[in-house]
Design a binder for this molecule. Structure first.
Ligand code: FAD
Ligand code: NAD
Length: 499
């Protein structure tokens, strides 16, 4: 992120897009753009970018881009899809840039691969049995491609996914069923397998998911609304029965009900959202979700990291079957576009929540002996599940230290819970550092520094295996990572949380 000039916030951009100004210079016309034409618009004062086949004139957006003009210019006059997917595929550019749309790329005729198109149409006709592996598009490894099947009783429909992978756990299975559309996603490392069908008949709201972890079999059990015999499972949707890179899937959202909102500090609240009964989802440790709201007619999306409702040692997450909850600890900024809108949500209102994302792997902690957590402000949020996981499930851990940077004492999130945890578990230690303390603060003060880290991040044994996790404002995280590297910690020993 770069500092934007005054008058160039997201809200200012939304206002400009609503002003009726001609932002493309084409007076509302949409054109077909050739590669040669696209390449001509490669300057700051005349910049077109193609994303997923659509071309946008981003010249007026330059000064509003949170990542800065130079980042945007990297894709000037070319296809920026990959770059966009790497940096922020969660941003709804279609909504954000709709007034900048120039048109579509002119399509070069390419012969459709015969096998795929014929198998697809065949599948569209039937969809009532297990498909041969070759029908799965984009499979990464032969023989390891999942397949599915389905069967029925008088009252139930069971969809079975054979992942052909061991150790499939609940966090890797995301199921939604909305308006007769069933979507079952299996996360397989950086790939995602999807079953996506418009069901033949209506089903009841609640569904069940059974996972046979050792054999990698996942059963999705749906209750028929009417006890009739189904001739087929349903009509396959666009991404049905595909195994592709996770980054290639659009984010999927479901509407969740706000069930409570409690104060954590003067400006931070704990939001409890209830997942629909027809959703099976649990957010893995270290991952975040995206929330989506329509603000002034534009879809705005921001990431948030789910926490637990509280921090006792023996906390067990409730079952992720119907009625599961997602807890979010969110700081409300007085001039924040998204958080102000969030704060105005009433109990009972709905908000869209995406499936989880993030590149943190629990296995990084599982082999550690010393875990150091460096958090600043709401950068504390990923540390909550991490702390719980480390202290309850990682037996080789000897020390877990949290150093928590805040402006003032009043800003410290869950201070007494953390202090109690430190009393309860002798492996855990917490230290608070304030950047704007009052005179009577006797603890540490200042910002992140090499000397502070040198003192705090010390191996319990000469060769002990260390993991250091860091999260907070971008400059905090960047400085922290640099100091740690200067102190001799390797890239593998550091995990920086980011979007
Ligand atoms: P904006 O309208 O964007 O800005 C309002 C004010 O806040 C401005 O003064 C601006 O300078 C300042 N501001 C905005 N964004 C930031 C920022 N990122 N850092 C410092 N100052 C900023 N926030 C939480 O409260 N809880 C979470 O669990 C959480 N998880 C996150 C997970 C990830 C992966 C990332 C990248 C961010 C997370 N955030 C979290 C931050 C969150 O996504 C928003 O950036 C934040 O809520 C501000 O949104 P806004 O639209 O209200 O503010
Ligand atoms: P804040 O402004 O209250 O600052 C908290 C502390 O961070 C300060 O006391 C200071 O010690 C440190 N700090 C702030 N700015 C700094 C700078 N420029 N250089 C060095 N240290 C600095 O923090 P906040 O408003 O709670 O913001 C929390 C941040 O954490 C946000 O930027 C949010 O996006 C980020 N966050 C990221 C993730 C993630 O990536 N997974 C998750 C949660 C929060």
């Amino acid at each position: 992120q770069v500092p934007l000039k005054p008058g160039r916030s997201l809200m200012d951009w939304i206002r400009l897009t609503k002003s009726g100004k001609d932002l493309t210079g084409l007076k509302g016309r949409l054109i077909e753009v050739t590669e040669d034409e696209l390449a001509k618009h490669n300057k700051k004062e005349d910049c077109w970018i193609c994303i997923r086949g659509f071309v946008y004139n981003v010249t007026p957006y330059m000064e509003y881009h949170p990542g800065g003009e130079d980042e945007l210019m990297k894709a000037a006059g070319s296809d920026g899809t990959d770059l966009f997917d790497q940096v922020h595929r969660w941003v709804n550019y279609e909504s954000m840039l709709k007034e900048c749309l120039v048109g579509r790329m002119a399509v070069k005729p390419i012969a459709a691969p015969k096998e795929i198109s014929s198998t697809l149409s065949e599948e569209k006709k039937q969809l009532n049995g297990m498909l041969p592996e070759k029908k799965v598009l984009g499979a990464s490894a032969k023989g390891l491609t999942p397949s599915y099947d389905w069967f029925q009783t008088d009252s139930l429909i069971t969809v079975v996914i054979y992942t052909k992978q061991k150790d499939v756990n609940a966090e890797l299975v995301i199921v939604d069923c909305q308006d007769k559309q069933l979507r079952g996603e299996i996360i397989m490392d950086d790939h995602s397998y999807l079953v996506e069908v418009d069901l033949d008949h209506a089903v009841q709201e609640d569904l069940a998911v059974n996972i046979a972890e050792k054999v990698g079999k996942v059963e999705i059990i749906l209750k028929k609304k009417d006890n009739i015999h189904w001739k087929m499972l349903g009509r396959p949707l666009e991404s049905h029965n595909t195994l592709i890179k996770r980054t290639g899937r659009g984010l999927f959202y479901r509407k969740c009900k706000l069930v409570s909102k409690t104060e954590v500090t003067h400006d931070t609240k704990l939001f409890c959202l209830m997942l629909p009964k027809s959703t099976h989802l649990s957010v893995p440790t270290g991952q975040h979700v995206y929330l989506k709201q329509i603000i002034a007619g534009t879809e705005v999306v921001k990431p948030y990291t789910p926490v637990l409702p509280f921090l006792p040692l023996d906390f067990k997450e409730p079952s992720c079957h119907g009625g599961a909850h997602v807890y979010l600890m969110i700081k409300i900024y007085s001039c924040g576009l998204f958080t102000q809108a969030l704060d105005h949500l009433q109990i009972g209102d709905y908000i869209s929540v995406s499936s989880p994302e993030g590149n943190f792997k629990k296995s990084q902690v599982q082999t550690s002996e010393d875990l150091f957590l460096l958090a600043a402000g709401t950068g504390f949020t990923p540390m909550v599940k991490l702390l719980n996981f480390a202290l309850t499930e990682v037996s080789c851990l000897r020390t877990v230290k949290l150093i928590f940077f805040n402006k003032t004492e009043d800003d410290i999130l869950w201070r007494s819970q953390l202090e109690q945890l430190a009393l309860k578990d002798e492996r855990f230690e917490v230290q608070f550092v304030l950047s704007q303390p009052t005179k009577d603060w006797v603890g540490k003060h200042g910002k992140i520094s090499s000397s502070l880290l040198c003192e705090f991040v010390k191996r319990s044994r000469k060769d002990s295996k260390v993991l250091i996790c860091i999260c907070g404002p971008t400059p905090f995280t960047e400085q922290g990572v640099q100091y740690l590297k200067d102190l001799g910690y390797s890239q593998e020993e550091i995990h920086a949380f980011s979007a």
